[in-house]
Design a protein around this ligand. Structure first.
Ligand code: FRU
Length: 504
């Protein structure tokens, strides 16, 4: 019966599968124009980010059969500039009742795995296999591997999977990298309900030895997911610190899913936090940046680069987009800087974004016809104003405001009037980030891409990432200030070109 159903549905599935011949384009009202989203269907976390032979690979949690979570597989797209993406066929499909959950990809340069052919490096994916419970067995999550000898175009799952099985219902999201300290592969993987990250090592990616654990620490209100362990230069010098980043769902700073990070040292065995376990640092203060991953195998001179999933588990299945659901943040450069509060993670959009700029304009207090794809940077001396900022995507009572509240000492993005907010009670929100102003001046870099607003404040010291669904005519930009007189605002504005139109 099952087989029959499958045969009957197959032609339909083939029609719906993403591919070069699909007639669905990338020009829908709420389709981001320079952020990645799959042509059709559902995505959540980015997976397996890796740079290899000139290509940036973005794998991602993907449902090949629909626009809500299910049948989790790894979708795949490649780019040469992190902005123009080509979607390729599904890399790792759900198979034999095992879904492919989040994980990472490494480049095996010296064939430690024995999977690489012809004396050349190969790609090895490490992911969580999820087997749903049956009448007699509970859900099972294990770590598994697959390899590719053709630049990620085709993959073979290892015949002796799983490579790591603790017989647990929650044990997931392996982030693997080559540790120069340990001269081994290292894996950070989550025990979500224990609020622990386990660290393993391996010589061949097949046999894993437990080294240490980290946690609980920081925020523990929800499950810990999507760990990331990576090294970042400090203050632009050769000196570095290690970041252990952990997704939290629910209970994050803006409600629902969000991410925290710990700053410390990693000696190849153990991560030690430089701060007391009571310190909680958030990577982003918006509602829509989750499970960010950094690229493996970047050239040594590159800063770490990260991409996150731009949604929130509170309402991810209800966002009003079609025929896709889910998208990625802009790729961001990461750095660490010493601030009066201590060492902090800074994020900036990748440099390549400037290649999408159209004519440069001076920012004015009121601008019309901004369109829905633009970037602007502004200097806003608060003066005596108690509250001041920008309304973007504005028209007739619709707007998203990005401003500073002096009394609370917070930067905020308020999307309660941003357009369609009614699809979930958790969507309308004012998200806030504590920010001490430098010289009473608010410095913002704001990027709007049809259904999203990304705010980088003070050279990236704080970010706020939020989805918004504004109506077509909402394309004004307006400065506002209340209870006092602000100084003269200045800044630059650019419309940004679509990356889909130029490549498809
Ligand atoms: C995080 C997450 C991961 C899991 C994946 C499943 O968003 O829950 O922990 O691997 O999504 O799609």
């Amino acid at each position: 019966m099952k087989r029959f159903l499958f045969a009957a549905l197959l032609p339909l599935c083939v029609l719906l599968l993403p591919g070069q011949n699909s007639t669905v384009g990338y020009n829908q009202a709420f389709r981001p124009q320079f952020h990645f989203s799959p042509r059709v269907h559902w995505t959540n976390d980015p997976n397996g980010l890796v740079f290899f032979e000139g290509e940036y690979h973005l794998f991602y949690q993907y449902n090949p059969f629909g626009d809500v979570w299910g049948h989790m597989s790894w979708g795949h797209a490649v780019s040469r500039d992190l902005l123009h993406w080509d979607e390729l066929p599904v890399a790792l499909p759900e198979e034999n009742g095992v879904m492919i959950f989040t994980g990472s990809v490494v480049i095996d340069h010296t064939n430690t795995s024995g999977f690489c052919l012809g004396g050349k490096p190969c790609m090895v994916a490490v992911w969580t296999g999820f087997t749903a419970k049956t009448a007699t067995k509970p859900d099972l999550q294990t770590q598994n591997i697959a390899y590719s000898n053709d630049r990620g175009r085709t993959w073979t799952k290892y015949r002796d999977n799983p490579v790591l099985n603790l017989n647990l219902t929650d044990f997931r999201d392996p982030k693997v990298f080559w540790s120069t300290q340990a001269k081994q592969w290292v894996m950070a993987v989550s025990l979500p309900n224990d609020h622990k990250i386990l660290i393993y090592s391996s010589a061949d990616l097949k046999h894993w030895k437990r080294l240490s654990e980290f946690g609980p620490a920081g925020a523990t209100a929800g499950q810990w997911e999507c760990p990331e362990l990576f090294e970042v230069p400090l203050d632009g010098k050769p000196e570095t610190r290690w970041i252990l980043k952990v997704g939290l769902n629910p209970g994050a700073v803006a409600g629902g899913s969000g991410e925290q990070y710990f700053i410390g040292h990693f000696d190849g065995q153990r991560f030690t936090d430089d701060n007391p376990p009571t310190t909680t640092l958030w990577t982003d203060y918006g509602k829509d940046c989750y499970c960010a991953l950094t690229f493996n195998n970047l050239p040594k001179t590159n800063p770490p680069l990260t991409i996150g999933w731009m949604s929130n588990w509170q309402y991810a299945r209800d966002t009003p987009t079609s025929p896709f659901r889910g998208q990625m943040t802009l790729p961001r450069k990461l750095s660490l800087r010493t601030t009066p509060d201590g060492i902090r993670l800074f994020q900036q959009p990748v440099d390549a974004l400037s290649t999408l700029r159209e004519a440069r304009l001076e920012v004015h207090e009121k601008m019309e016809n901004t369109g829905h794809q633009f970037q602007f940077s502004s200097m806003l001396p608060l003066g005596t104003a108690q509250d001041a900022g920008w309304k973007v995507l504005a028209n007739n009572g619709t707007y998203t405001s990005i401003g500073y509240d002096k009394q609370k000492g917070v930067l905020y993005v308020d999307r309660t009037h941003s357009g369609n907010v009614s699809f979930s009670k958790d969507f309308p929100a004012r998200t806030e980030a504590p920010l001490k102003l430098n010289g009473n001046t608010l410095r913002l870099n704001i990027i709007v891409d049809r259904d999203s607003v990304e705010v980088f404040a003070d050279e990236g010291r704080l970010t706020i990432t939020n989805l918004v669904f504004a109506p077509a005519g909402a394309d004004k930009l307006e400065f506002y200030a209340t209870d006092g007189k602000p100084g003269v605002v200045s800044g630059l504005f650019w419309k940004l070109k679509s990356t889909w139109l130029t490549s498809h």
